[in-house]
Design a protein around this ligand. Structure first.
Ligand code: ADP
Length: 493
């Protein structure tokens, strides 16, 4: 990847965007608004703020495309070729997609290229290969019967996704849904819609029939709500905030009781024991667990729990990494940390800082907005110590580069602190003791744990939370269950 290539792509004008409904670009009947880049505050283009009627049209197109079987009834081998082609097109256009996404949401390009087009292509490839490998069963019933278990697509899938990794998270929903034979309507976040609109175009080029994938941009409270309340949507899949997740469950109850799968963020504990194999490595891991993508990652390790005998030494190491991180224009290959997604998010981060001060935590480093002259939104990597479990910083998801540190004395106390949390998405433990590592995997109540590392992602590994982090998983063959109905048939022989 060359800086020159990035520079020429970032200078490319982006045409005003429309809605992608029934295989066509369509002007919405709502309004449109400017897309402001968090990189420099400049207008990139405009996107539609669709109306409820536009969303209904998209749902109708998805419904028709599902009911007439234009996708679901194609031979699995044919559907597989379409999704493989889509994966190939994503790869072919990877840098363009990455630059477009960074202009839209501010993620550092080094990370975006892997996490966005890289991960999306791998996801489509993975599920394309599953299409002719995931199939039904014959149950071991009494010999007088034949018990068939068919795996059928659910129908119309509604997907609502956030702004932090729209292409990756969108692919996590769209790819298994399409692989199972469903039709999809996806609503991106208003703060980052451009890459999913481009994906729709690539899907069409790959041969996906009209109406099978529809992209409707607009406000959550308008088109998101319309999608979630629809009687024609059979499954709703979501990544975003707990407040919105709660609303989606209500919309489901008020409409057709559609299944809802929610990924609602976290407040993940990163636990450092004094016997960690390499404290420098652990400190680097702890810094990147929270500062990568300016903390705008659902699995961010935002609570650092440190065994008290190494607390001061360890915090000093993490602070040193934090202070040396190069925060800056995310389209520069030399920047290690990019921009905050929006003024709204930056303001929210600074409110967390103010509240941490007010509650008596001690600022070790950071805490300020920086690079204002760029016109974009940037913030220093920030660390507070003395964070107590009742503090706001210990309980609420920041979604910004703000780390809270809490000391502990024993393994039992570390587990109790880690579990004293409404969320249960991820966590980590750093220790040389294999027995302790396994105890932590069991005892910390989350969807996933990292041992002596933080992060790591692969299409084969499920990702999902427990407690108020949600339900169901993205990725792996297990994710396909969300998009499949089991249909049984008893046959008297
Ligand atoms: P964040 O605070 O990180 O933006 P949200 O949960 O508000 O998280 O946003 C995630 C996605 O949910 C976005 O696409 C947003 O437009 C959508 N959304 C927000 N409110 C609603 C709602 N009331 N109904 C449906 N979708 C919504």
């Amino acid at each position: 990847m060359q800086q020159q290539q990035i520079d020429s792509l970032k200078a490319m004008p982006v045409a005003p965007q429309q809605l992608f409904i029934n295989g066509q670009w369509q002007a919405g009947t709502g309004s449109s608004h400017s897309v402001i880049s968090p990189v420099d505050g400049q207008v990139i283009t405009t996107i539609e703020r669709a109306s409820r009627a536009d969303m209904q049209a998209a749902i109708k197109a998805a419904r028709q495309s599902f009911d007439d079987g234009r996708w679901a009834n194609q031979a699995p081998s044919a559907r597989k070729q379409v999704l493989l082609k889509l994966a190939e097109l994503i790869q072919k256009n990877a840098l363009e997609l990455a630059v477009l996404g960074v202009r839209d949401n501010g993620t550092e390009i080094n990370m975006a290229i892997k996490a966005e087009p890289g991960s999306a292509a791998a996801t489509f490839q993975y599920y394309s290969e599953a299409i002719d490998k995931v199939y039904g069963e014959i149950a071991p019933t009494d010999a007088n019967f034949l018990g068939l278990i068919h795996k059928q697509p659910v129908g119309v899938v509604g997907a609502i996704v956030p702004w932090n990794m729209p292409l990756m998270i969108g692919a996590w929903k769209i790819a298994p849904a399409l692989a199972a034979g469903n039709s999809v309507v996806i609503k991106p976040a208003e703060e980052a819609s451009l890459t999913l609109l481009r994906l729709a175009q690539l899907a069409s080029e790959a041969g996906l029939p009209d109406g099978v994938l529809n992209v409707v941009t607009g406000q959550g409270a308008v088109v998101g709500e319309e999608l979630a309340l629809s009687m024609e949507v059979d499954v709703l899949v979501f990544t975003g905030s707990g407040n919105t997740g709660r609303r989606l469950l209500e919309y489901s109850a008020r409409s057709n009781m559609k299944r809802c799968y929610l990924e609602l963020g976290g407040k993940s504990a990163n636990i450092i024991f004094a016997d960690a194999p390499d404290l420098d490595q652990a400190a680097l891991g702890a810094a990147m667990a929270i500062f990568r993508n300016s903390g705008q990652i659902c699995i961010s390790g935002s609570r650092l729990l440190v065994e008290n005998i190494i607390h001061d030494e360890f915090v000093a190491k993490v602070a040193q990494y934090a202070e040396n991180l190069r925060v800056g224009n995310p389209l520069h290959l030399t920047s290690q940390i990019g921009a905050i997604n929006s003024q709204r998010q930056l303001t929210s981060n600074l409110e967390f800082v103010a509240k941490a001060h007010a509650e008596g935590a001690q600022l070790v480093t950071g805490g300020q907005q920086i690079l204002q002259s760029s016109g974009g939104y940037y913030m220093q990597p920030t660390i507070f110590t003395g964070v107590e479990s009742h503090h706001h910083l210990a309980r609420a998801e920041v979604f910004g580069p703000v780390l809270g540190v809490t000391p502990f004395a024993t393994e039992a106390e570390a587990v109790a602190l880690a579990n004293d949390c409404d969320y249960g998405l991820a966590g980590a433990a750093w220790t040389n003791d294999l027995g302790r590592a396994h105890r932590m995997i069991k005892a910390v109540n989350t969807g996933g744990m990292f041992i002596n590392t933080y992060g790591g992602s692969d299409a084969t590994m499920p990702l999902g939370g427990v407690k108020q982090s949600g339900n169901g998983v993205d990725k792996s063959l297990h994710a396909m269950d969300k998009y499949i109905n089991l249909k049984t048939a008893w046959i008297q022989l």
